[in-house]
Design a protein around this ligand. Structure first.
Ligand code: HEC
Length: 318
């Protein structure tokens, strides 16, 4: 007769291991995501990025149309009177509302209640567009609880009036820039996720749990071949550096492995003049070979170019 003793022990251990891990999954206390309150970071991000979803029929090629805009207001859009610089999130008519406005329960109980009661977000209307503010309510313990305010409902601000009051120079296309970040595959090299290691000291604090409420897609990145850029706007806020670095990274980092993204400038520069890429590259090659002292100048991007949106996004990563 065959002795099954070892087999039986093994089978029991297997049962204990499998059953044990199922018990841990099913019965050990875990957290309920609906009780996690969205942080200030999450609310800000949701408001500037707008409704997002990885891949969907509304946005098949990550074109980035119908994206909200973030603006800095220095005058009141209704009265024209100067006011303290205020960030507003503009959803022109037809722009899909951010996830937290569509489904307030993902904001976490406290944020949801404030956003509905004080912020009146249920009155936001996609066909008319809306303007949001990131407002806060002081708490007993000295902290602030952030929530979303629908300024079209509470203050009667319309998207058109707010965009006009802000002007193009105070308008940021960060939402479209994020679509470009995803489309261009920046995440093959860069992460948006400093880890809880020495990363802290170099790239800044890791994100908190509530920072992701309503964000889709998150852009953590795959693995890292380049610096983490979750907080890059805090360590380098120079638009000029970004322009040079995106046009050709070798202008600022001689041995950079980052590809050039000069094509994001499109056909014309800020003055409407055709960008002569061939000429630029041959002059650049002369510079590399030591036949020129300085590299050719990087053209100023047009205000409706992809380059502008991408830089708006990168500099918004604070
Ligand atoms: C092949 C890998 C690679 C890809 C793809 C890439 N980068 Fe980079 N990036 C780098 C490296 C390496 C650096 C470090 C500086 C350098 O070498 O230029 C860098 C630096 C940067 C910096 C400055 C970081 C800092 O710490 O100051 C920014 C911002 C940046 N990249 C943004 C982007 C964006 C946006 C895209 C997509 C449009 C992109 N990168 C695509 C490799 C890459």
């Amino acid at each position: 007769m065959v002795n099954f003793r070892e087999y039986k022990i093994g089978a029991r251990f297997f049962g204990i291991a499998l059953g044990g891990s199922m018990c841990i999954t099913l019965f050990l206390p875990s957290f309920d995501f609906r009780n996690v309150n969205a942080t200030e970071v999450a609310l800000d991000k949701q408001l500037w990025a707008g409704w997002e979803s990885g891949f969907n029929l509304d946005d098949p090629w990550l074109r980035g149309d119908h994206r909200p805009l973030r603006v800095t207001l220095k005058v009141d859009p209704k009265t024209g009177q100067p006011m303290e610089a205020t960030t507003a999130y503009v959803y022109p008519a037809g722009t899909r509302m951010p996830n937290g406005v569509d489904h307030p329960d993902i904001l976490g109980a406290m944020v949801q209640q404030l956003s509905l009661d004080k912020g009146r977000i249920s009155e936001a209307n996609e066909s008319q567009g809306a303007v949001f503010l990131l407002s806060s309510e002081p708490q007993g313990d000295g902290t602030k609880q952030f929530y979303i305010e629908d300024a079209s409902a509470t203050k009667g601000w319309t998207p058109d009036a707010v965009l006009k009051a802000a002007g193009d120079e105070n308008t940021y296309h960060a939402a479209y820039g994020k679509a470009i970040f995803v489309r261009e595959g920046c995440w093959w090299c860069h992460t948006l996720l400093p880890e809880e290691t020495q990363d802290w000291q170099v790239f800044g604090a890791p994100p908190m749990l509530g920072d992701f409420n309503g964000e889709s897609p998150t852009a953590f990145g795959s693995d890292r071949k380049a610096p983490d850029i979750l907080h890059v706007g805090s360590r380098n806020s120079s638009r000029e550096w970004m322009m040079m670095h995106f046009f050709n990274p070798r202008l600022v980092q001689p041995y950079s492995i980052m590809p050039r993204f000069d094509y994001l400038w499109g056909k014309v520069d800020a003055k409407g003049q055709t960008i002569d890429y061939d000429k630029w590259r041959s002059e650049y090659n002369e510079y590399v070979e030591g036949q020129r002292v300085t590299p050719p100048e990087v053209p100023m991007y047009a205000s409706n170019s992809d380059a502008r949106a991408l830089i708006d996004f990168v500099l918004s990563l604070k």
